[in-house]
Ligand binder design. Structure first.
Ligand SMILES: Cc1ncc(COP(=O)(O)O)c(C=O)c1O
Length: 481
């Protein structure tokens, strides 16, 4: 949970007025635009009523893009130019693309009755996959998602405090050792995922206690939960052998209403779908046992992004996409796996700028451990981004960042706060030129893009980890278009 109060519509600051999508650093260099402390004035914001600054007067001909203040670091703390730009219009676009996938499947299967189109419950754990959970949640709720899923109780509370009203499923299943975790859950109207009889009994006894002390709102006497069935992930969820006891507990506790049944797929993005089909069969059998026990949950869900895109029969009543909403195709580079690939747009760009330049002669070494040595006279740019920001140290002497629309190889060891780039082959690089760490850059030398999937490939990781690694000290700036 952020220590900062909810500021989705807080005072605006941050994005320079009139900044082109690809050029905050360039625009920031325009004379008269910087104020003391290195900040840039701007007319930008999610809420017009909070607008500050005088961007229009500074650059009347260019309508400023809308952006809000960062949520992970206050502007005054963010004197460094390194930042993440989060494009909320792209989130909405990706949602529409996923809806279109569901819609076409529903149309084919059921004659397009809206009731039969699966609901989308967006997975926004880990601060919305690193994009800022509150802004993404409010954007998606306004755009029509029917529910949200988080891992932690505190993530759910954060979204409620940001004003989210739709159901929020807390998937992690741990609500603290004390009763106050469950009390918090109830106070914030969060839907717990349960998978053992003990959890069910604890929730029920907490509800009885709250009812007895008059702490339950009228109509809240029965509390909705979702039951997770383990069908092969082997992580969380009730195993086959314990399902009987869990169903007994659900039937016994009148305070609890079983509203949903879920499972999680381990291999939906794998080349072979055999393991996933096996999991779906086991889930279907689990659902049957629930029905035989006389329980009637309204919602069944199993599909993550990959299953949403690949497996229409896994859609059921609810789908739970995460990564696809952030513009990453879960099977990127393996297009044959997805017959109707949606056109997803990456949501996050990470930018920084050149802070120092130096010329090195042939045969000089640089960076911690002197892991790189020049073979010719080189021009080296230093950028203020490092592994503490989420730029993996595994990119040392391997990856590249974009300068002027062209790749500049990372040379030497990525350090905690700083990274060096070989810009010898990129003419005219100057201090304060924009550098793109993640995302697209259009520049004088071309257009290129570094995707989370590409970085993951270089670092033996996955796009999920690349995005969620962009750390708290990188302020997020929100754009609407
Ligand atoms: C239980 C559960 N459901 C859905 C998702 C969403 O997965 P994806 O990001 O692959 O769409 C996750 C993410 O890890 C998850 O843990």
């Amino acid at each position: 949970m952020s220590s900062r109060p909810a500021t989705a519509c807080g005072q605006t600051e941050a994005q320079p007025a009139g900044v082109p999508a690809d050029g905050p650093a360039r625009a920031a260099r325009a004379p008269g635009r910087r104020r003391a402390g290195g900040r840039v004035d701007g007319d930008a914001g999610m809420c017009a009523r909070h607008r500050v600054g005088s961007g229009a007067a500074l650059e009347p001909e260019a309508p400023p893009p809308r952006a809000s203040r960062p949520t992970t670091a206050a502007p005054d703390e963010a004197a460094r130019h390194t930042r993440a730009e989060v494009n909320l219009a792209h989130v909405r676009h990706n949602l529409r693309e996923l809806e279109a996938c569901l819609g076409s499947v529903a149309a084919a299967a059921h004659g397009c009755t809206p009731e039969r189109t699966p609901q989308i419950w967006a997975v926004l754990k880990a601060d919305g996959y690193g994009h800022g959970g509150r802004a993404i949640a409010t954007t998606l709720e306004r755009a029509g998602v029917r529910g949200l899923c988080v891992a932690l109780l505190e993530e759910g509370i954060e979204l409620r405090e940001a004003g989210v009203r739709c159901p929020i499923l807390v998937m992690g299943g741990y609500y603290g050792r004390q009763r106050d975790g469950i009390e918090n859950l109830v106070a914030h109207d969060l839907t717990p995922v349960v998978y053992d009889a003990g959890q069910i009994e604890t929730i029920a006894s907490t509800l009885r206690y709250l009812r007895d002390i008059g702490g339950l709102a009228p109509g809240r006497e029965r509390y909705r939960v979702h039951l997770k069935i383990d069908t092969g992930m082997g992580r969380l969820g009730v195993p086959d052998g314990e399902l009987g006891a869990v169903l007994e507990a659900l039937r016994a506790e009148r305070e609890i209403e079983l509203d949903g049944l879920m499972t999680h797929l381990a291999c939906a993005d794998a080349d072979s779908l055999a393991a996933t089909e096996h999991q779906l069969d086991r889930f279907a059998r689990g659902c049957q046992r629930v029905a035989q026990a006389g329980l009637r949950p309204k919602l069944r869900h199993a599909a993550n992004s990959a299953a949403l895109l690949r497996l229409p029969h896994a859609h059921l009543e609810v789908v739970r996409p995460g990564i696809a909403l952030f513009g990453v195709h879960p099977c990127e580079g393996r297009s044959s796996l997805v017959p109707r690939a949606p056109h997803l747009r990456p949501v996050m760009r990470v930018l920084t700028e050149v802070v120092a330049l130096r010329n090195l002669g042939a045969g000089e070494s640089l960076g911690y451990g002197h892991t790189w040595r020049t073979e010719r006279p080189c021009r080296i740019a230093t950028v203020p981004v490092g592994y503490a920001d989420g730029l993996s140290r595994a990119l040392s002497n391997r990856g590249a960042l974009l300068v002027g629309g062209r790749r500049a190889p990372i040379v030497g060891t990525v350090s905690m706060d700083l990274t060096m780039l070989d810009v010898t082959d990129i003419p005219g690089v100057r201090v304060r030129d924009e550098v793109v760490v993640l995302g697209e850059q259009r520049g004088p030398h071309g257009t290129d893009e570094i995707t989370a999937t590409e970085v993951a490939g270089l670092t033996s990781s996955i796009a999920w980890e690349v995005l969620t690694s962009i750390s708290r000290r990188v302020p997020r700036f929100y754009r609407h278009g």
